[in-house]
Design a protein around this ligand. Structure first.
Ligand SMILES: [Zn+2]
Ligand SMILES: [Zn+2]
Length: 227
């Protein structure tokens, strides 16, 4: 199969990279910055019809450096322009700037953006795993998520609530052993424990911690009298 290598190379990883396209300035060959278009229109009254553009913010870019002389000679304005590529048309245009630092405040942090996207995706996956386990009444994976300190607090909180809703008394010891690491999670765990006991009309002996009937006045495990 002569094409097997090519088809392997076009896996999901590559398509993700393709979606995060890089734009290179045709004048200085430096990577252009993703730039957020402000909510007002500033060029032709029509707006750019995109929430972001790619602009060369390299102050040493020849196109940018020459622009100041050009604007001065042509219009007598102390203005310059930077190279810009519109992501829809891929057309390179000039965007006017009043100073060297103008518009730099709207440069988007693409590294942070990518991180946010990736973590949102992971959280979505964790929630999907939780939901699957909940439907299957499979407490193992839910407990695993609740125990994991790597997991997002919102996902762990959901896991604690699910264990309470499933109401399996076998979850009790594991629930007591979880390090909450977070007040809200600690409360969700306490609520889950309470809910499990309510479902089964049970309580825990304050002396030996065994599960006994809620109505019991003497613990059947340690024989202590309960107040
Ligand atoms: Zn450039
Ligand atoms: Zn007891």
């Amino acid at each position: 199969m002569p094409h097997s290598k090519d088809s392997k190379a076009a896996g999901p990883d590559n398509s993700k990279k393709a979606a995060r396209k890089e734009y290179i300035c045709p004048y200085c060959n430096k990577k252009m910055n993703k730039w957020q278009v402000p909510p007002f229109n500033f060029s032709d009254g029509l707006g750019w019809c995109s929430d972001h553009l790619y602009i060369c913010f390299n102050d040493e870019c020849g196109f940018f450096k020459r622009s100041w002389d050009h604007m001065d000679e042509q219009f007598g304005h102390s203005m310059g322009y930077r190279a810009m590529i519109h992501p829809d048309s891929n057309e390179c245009m000039a965007v006017p700037v009043g100073s060297v630092d103008a518009m730099k405040g709207n440069i988007l942090d693409e590294i942070q953006e990518a991180k946010d996207e990736a973590s949102l995706e992971l959280r979505r996956l964790a929630m999907a795993r939780l939901t699957d386990a909940f439907i299957a009444r499979d407490t193992g994976p839910i407990m695993e998520i609740l125990r994991s300190s790597e997991e997002w607090p919102s996902v762990r909180l959901k896991a604690a609530q699910m264990l309470g809703d499933i109401g399996d008394p076998k979850s009790l010891d594991a629930l007591h052993a979880v390090e909450p690491g977070h007040d809200a999670i600690g409360k969700a765990i306490a609520d889950a424990i309470k809910k499990i006991h309510e479902t089964h009309f049970t309580k825990e002996c304050p002396y030996c911690a065994e599960v006994i009937k809620a109505r019991a006045v003497v613990c059947k495990h340690c024989g202590k009298e309960l107040g």
